[in-house]
Design a protein around this ligand. Sequence first.
Ligand SMILES: [Cu+2]
Length: 123
Amino acid sequence: MKYILIIIALALVFWGGYKIMNKDAELVLMDSEVKTFVVVGKPFSFTPSEIRVKEGDTVRIVFQNEQGTHDWVIDEFDARTQVLQANQSETIDFRATKKGSFEFYCSVGNHRAMGMKGALIVE
Ligand SMILES: [Cu+2]
């Protein structure tokens, strides 16, 4: 009988510790959430052309350039890739620090005017 009580007591202690550790892990995840998007570029579009995140998120853009010469730029967050050749890719991170709808675009030649743009929506 004594042993059973000790086992129950130990089980409760471990279970409590597990719950606390789990909670800490969740909080860390919430603080540093990274939202990753693969964006494919070609003449003259980005896919997807709309990206939605939450304010405070770290946004990771994996820009894959399929065809032509392009970059991926968003002025408001000071984020841009290099100008990439076909079949090159580059990954950039930035923090979405303010709410709103922001245009991302290709800064090469007249690509932006040709429709090579999209929207980052921060909620
Ligand atoms: Cu372009």
